[in-house]
Design a protein around this ligand. Sequence first.
Ligand code: FEO
Length: 410
Amino acid sequence: MHNLDNTKMQQKITIKGKAHYVGVNDRSKPLFEAMWPLPNGISYNSYLIDDDMVALVDTVDVCYFELFLQKIKNVIGDRPINYLIINHMEPDHSGSIRLIKEHYPDLIIVGNKLTFGMIEGFYGVTGEKYVIKDGDYLALGHHKLRFYLTPMVHWPETMMTYDETDGLLFSGDGFGAFGALDGGFIDSYMNVDKFWDDMVRYYSNIVGKYGSAVQKALQKLAGLKISAICSTHGPVWMEHVDKVIGIYDKLSRYDADEGVVIAYGSMYGNTEQMAETIASELSACGIRNIVIYNVSKTNSSYILSDIFKYKGLIIGSPTYSNQLFPEIESLLSKIDVRDMKGRYFSYFGSYAWAGAAVRKIAEFAGRSKFELIGDPVEMKLGMKDITYTECENLAKAMAERFKKDRVKGL
Ligand code: FEO
């Protein structure tokens, strides 16, 4: 538990009207969901509306409950919480539900029909509830809330809460980003540069499989006048609302920039030389955004992020025990899961006595929705003149594909 010295009251942090930020920062957890690195930490955002009726929107990771409770009491003192609105049940937000209910036993939990089974299943919490349907309404006084179901962004029960009075959108994980909040919590009061890459990485790692669900949610929200996006992770977006929506729209359409990610495995540097040769020729052909990743060194979190960012993808693998190199197999599985589309794809591989890697990547290519570019290159043992030529030809084909797009103005 992270405790707060309660001898000094903290400043209230107001968003707009009677809505306050009561979230916390986590700079200790190394891996989000036990998979995704957090070099810049992460925030678990919760919001408290101190109106005629008091509503808490989502909670925080239970490790931070003491600090969370102190922040709540700093806003409402001894007033009770009337409503606990649950936009999302993943435990980084729902983890404090049981303890909040213990402190405020009379509160009414607000969620949709899928929310309550999860609350009981995770936390054994029952009691008075308001089961909302899409478009239902809750008046707190000054703030008037409307609920929108946004299933599979990125769990089935996910929903968003929109404040019709002040245009605040409490969006759950939607529009979230990795990165703790270092001082300010509203975008206008901070340098937000560090969050843009962490937003793409967050989307690609956490939400990436659910592009069509995100598109449906964006369509549902399209008519709303949004003055602030209050997500469960990252800054409260006020100045950059349009940019943030634009990033989520582009990523969820699997749209991407010109550029190529080359991800390879290599035990002794031979397959790596194929990657270097391809990259060098891509550069000679005028491709400027080229990112090479050694999958044994870089966590797939970052590789996936760039695969969402760039349209070209080239995978290279040695043969290992008559299979793919294990780290490449793991990366391909993560790409598979995300149901990615709209990529230009090429591949290469190597073997010492019996080839399997190229055949295995071909199976991946066959089940993917990618456009296959050039001829795959397979190398036995080490680089030869023919290998250099084949790698250069593969790169030329990829560059030509991009040049066709340039002509079309894409
Ligand atoms: Fe931030 Fe899906 O939980």
